[in-house]
Design a protein around this ligand. Structure first.
Ligand SMILES: NC(=O)c1ccc[n+]([C@@H]2O[C@H](COP(=O)([O-])OP(=O)(O)OC[C@H]3O[C@@H](n4cnc5c(N)ncnc54)[C@H](O)[C@@H]3O)[C@@H](O)[C@H]2O)c1
Ligand SMILES: O=C(O)C(=O)C[C@@H](O)[C@H](O)[C@H](O)COP(=O)(O)O
Ligand SMILES: [Zn+2]
Length: 370
């Protein structure tokens, strides 16, 4: 069977902002042809391919050639790899390069890379000349299963994650599984924190499939497709996170984001910080919403199987973590809205979690897993 024969299409139904996610091996060289078929890009001849310094030498040429063969003027813009590039200063540089390259309101963006590039590239597309379309071409596990879908774009402020941004849906997503072959182990593993999160909030049966992939026995493409479908369904139900449904995708993120920011962007990868946040949220779920210890332990064991951290390293101050946590976008009139599980596969937003609970959870997170 050819690679293309094994590719899947997942629709994201958002009315006028609907798009599809193509997932399979060997899709990258077909990006020009794919873009040609998109009604929303009709008549748009020039584009910026935004990528990072690790991804550019691996995949930029294939993407540029494919776009140029399809008649597009494609300009490459490369930013330094890593979370530090998700900043207003880098966004300003990228927009500056777009102007100098002669891009205009009729141009579009291709975000080629991991979640940093998807969030940054999508954000630049959302603000450049008040908004132009963009295509997501995610090249990490994390970006394929999570960040490329749903239209959350943005950058960090030194104090807190994703503080400046916009909802701006892509017009298409191309997730080429073959690009994952070049990932280093650490970046491969971190993506599984979000996959495990999806299982926790929506689909307990996925834990088995994740276990199988960890043992090199599972179907990775199918697992990625399943995760995209979960993300798409949640986003379809609550695109702008106003109904308390999309907030479920934030399971493990309240403390996870605080830990990521406190670590100084880059020393912990997003998925690693979320792994720590997941252990804390599982413990809080045991205390507040009746999650069984056995269920909690099963998830923690799976995080450990991917070498993800589950014990807070030395050097994190509880007061500082709480200060950052208070900036979480889920805070409402001074009250924490915290995502909890009564069972694996079932999540809800609770207002029962207090700062005292958070302090206890951080104390717990400092202890080794029993
Ligand atoms: N918008 C959303 O809904 C959403 C969801 C989850 C996470 N995020 C954001 O995504 C970011 C994390 O994404 P990430 O983990 O993909 O990080 P990343 O983009 O920094 O990629 C991780 C590392 O892998 C390298 N890389 C990327 N693709 C590669 C490939 N195919 N081969 C070799 N190396 C490759 C990158 O250069 C980088 O060094 C965080 O900023 C997080 O906040 C956003
Ligand atoms: O898409 C969402 O919604 C998510 O919450 C997905 C998260 O994995 C992701 O880290 C997201 O960027 C968090 O957004 P934020 O609004 O909490 O900053
Ligand atoms: Zn996340």
């Amino acid at each position: 069977m050819s690679d293309l024969a094994t590719s899947h299409t997942v629709p994201v139904n958002l009315g006028a902002r609907s798009y599809t996610v193509q997932v399979g091996r060997g899709l990258l060289s077909g990006i020009g042809a794919a873009v040609m078929t998109l009604e929303k890009l009709r008549g748009r001849k020039s584009c910026a391919v935004i990528t990072d310094s690790n991804v550019a030498p691996l995949y930029a040429e294939t993407v540029l050639q494919s776009l140029r063969a399809a008649g597009k003027e494609a300009h490459l813009i490369t930013v330094p790899a890593g979370e530090a590039s998700k900043s207003l200063l880098v966004a300003q540089d990228v927009c500056g390069e777009m102007v100098r390259a002669g891009l205009d309101r009729k141009s579009f963006v291709v975000a080629l890379g991991g979640g940093v590039i998807g969030d940054l590239g999508g954000f630049c597309a959302s603000i450049f000349q008040r908004g132009i379309p963009y295509v997501q071409v995610p090249t990490t596990v994390l970006s394929q299963v999570d960040s490329s879908v749903g239209g959350k774009t943005g950058v960090n402020l030194p104090d807190a994650k994703n503080m400046v941004g916009a909802f701006h849906q892509p017009v298409h997503v191309i997730a080429d599984i073959a690009t994952l072959d070049s990932l280093h182990k650490r970046e491969w593993n971190e993506g599984f924190a979000e996959i495990i999160k999806h299982a926790c909030i929506r689909d307990a049966s996925m834990l088995e499939a994740i276990d199988a992939v960890a043992d090199d026995e599972g179907d990775l493409t199918d697992l990625i497709r399943r995760n995209i479908a979960i993300k798409a369904a949640v986003v379809e139900a609550d695109e702008y996170e106003t109904l308390g449904l999309r907030a479920l995708l934030n399971f493990g993120h309240t403390l996870g984001h605080a830990i990521e920011a406190a670590a100084g962007y880059g020393s912990l990868l997003h998925g690693e910080a979320i792994s720590l946040g997941l252990r804390a949220a599982l413990w809080l779920s045991e205390q507040v919403s009746g999650l069984s210890q056995a269920e909690s332990q099963r998830v923690i064991a799976l995080l450990q199987k991917f070498d993800l951290p589950v014990q807070l390293p030395e050097g994190f101050d509880t007061g500082e973590l709480l200060r950052i946590t208070r900036m979480d976008k889920k805070f409402e009139t001074g009250k924490i809205r915290f995502v909890l599980l009564p069972h694996i596969g079932d999540a809800f937003v609770s207002k029962e979690v207090t700062e005292a609970h958070l302090i206890q959870a951080l104390d717990e997170l400092r202890k080794p897993v029993a």
